[in-house]
Design a protein. Structure first.
Length: 320
């Protein structure tokens, strides 16, 4: 299996198709190798024909699941990427791009580039409409230039990461969201969690801090939850919202025991609705020193509940 080389001098359609094809090849190759090796190690006897068929089915199921998880990750990064307007600050884009430590980092960046090429293709089709008026044509040209700038900057970001040139890698900061009564919701929730789930929640929170966002998913198909996201582990979820740059609000943590567990949804909608009432206030406070000090005390308490008595990563570095 050979990947097609990408050349910035190629036309947009060829670049788009090449990126998409390379992504598909990478998905298939990585997943089949990884899952086949894992399953083969578990099998200590010779396979019968029926067992061979079951092995193939298991590999295919895992490929489908991981591909779905990857699409969820893409949607998470796309929600901010697509909102970048003409004249956006370069650092705003860099801040929202995935950490190099994130699994399939390059694939994610290539997909963002591919989405921009798709948008350019659609815009060009509009621009070639003979009925379009001059003012709309100028707007379309501006949108195309904006997408081209995104592409150029994503490539720059990728090159810097590959060349190990220093790019802003500071840890993300946690903002703990209070309830309407003034208590910190996630602290109250974690205090009552079964002890066996605590390491799973710690892993999710660490993934937000280090920018790897474990199994991230955005709620884009539910009007009550649009704009917020979750990180996921076996049976556990943390719902969060990016407030600005490297500041992330932790809204709630909960146990979801099965995919058919729909009872949590009404509660989640209520908690997100409470968060929306104070979201603007939180955004305005993240640069307030008094607020920072109080929030960092709560973050230290959070890490104590997570079994880390030492200072939290957030408090070890001045990141807010």
């Amino acid at each position: 299996m050979f990947y097609k080389e990408i050349d910035s001098t190629d036309d947009n359609d060829f670049l788009l198709s090449t990126i998409e094809e390379n992504c598909r090849l990478a998905v298939g190759a990585r997943n089949e190798i990884k899952n086949s090796e894992r399953l083969l190690k578990q099998k200590k006897v010779n396979f019968s024909e029926a067992e061979d068929n079951n092995l193939v089915a298991d590999v295919q199921d895992n490929v489908v699941k991981e591909d779905s998880d990857f699409e969820d990750t893409i949607k998470y990064f796309l929600q901010d990427y697509t909102l970048l307007e003409e004249g956006f600050d370069k650092e705003d884009l860099f801040d929202m791009l995935p950490s190099k430590n994130l699994y399939r980092f390059k694939d994610i960046l290539y997909r963002l580039i591919a989405e921009s090429y798709k948008e350019i293709k659609i815009l060009n089709e509009f621009a070639n409409d003979s009925t379009i008026i001059t003012s709309d044509l100028e707007d379309i040209k501006s949108l195309i230039l904006n997408e081209k700038r995104k592409i150029a900057l994503v490539k720059e970001y990728l090159n810097k990461k590959e060349e190990k040139v220093e790019v802003n890698e500071e840890k993300n900061s946690l903002i703990l969201v209070p309830t309407t009564g003034g208590n910190i919701r996630i602290l109250s929730e974690l205090e009552n969690m079964p002890i066996e789930y605590i390491p799973l929640f710690r892993e999710l929170i660490d993934s937000i801090v280090d920018g790897t966002f474990k199994n991230v998913k955005s709620f884009n198909n539910n009007n009550s939850l649009n704009g917020v996201s979750e990180v996921k582990g076996p049976g556990v979820r943390i719902v969060f919202k990016r407030l600005s740059k490297n500041k992330y609000a932790l809204i709630t943590a909960f146990i979801k025991r099965s995919n058919n567990d729909a009872g949590y949804l009404d509660s989640l909608k209520s908690k997100v609705a409470d968060f929306r009432l104070i979201q603007d206030s939180l955004k305005s406070c993240v640069d307030n020193q008094k607020f920072i000090e109080e929030n960092n005390m709560y973050v230290s308490e959070l890490y104590r509940l997570l079994g880390q008595d030492e200072k939290s990563p957030q408090n070890r570095k001045e990141v807010i």
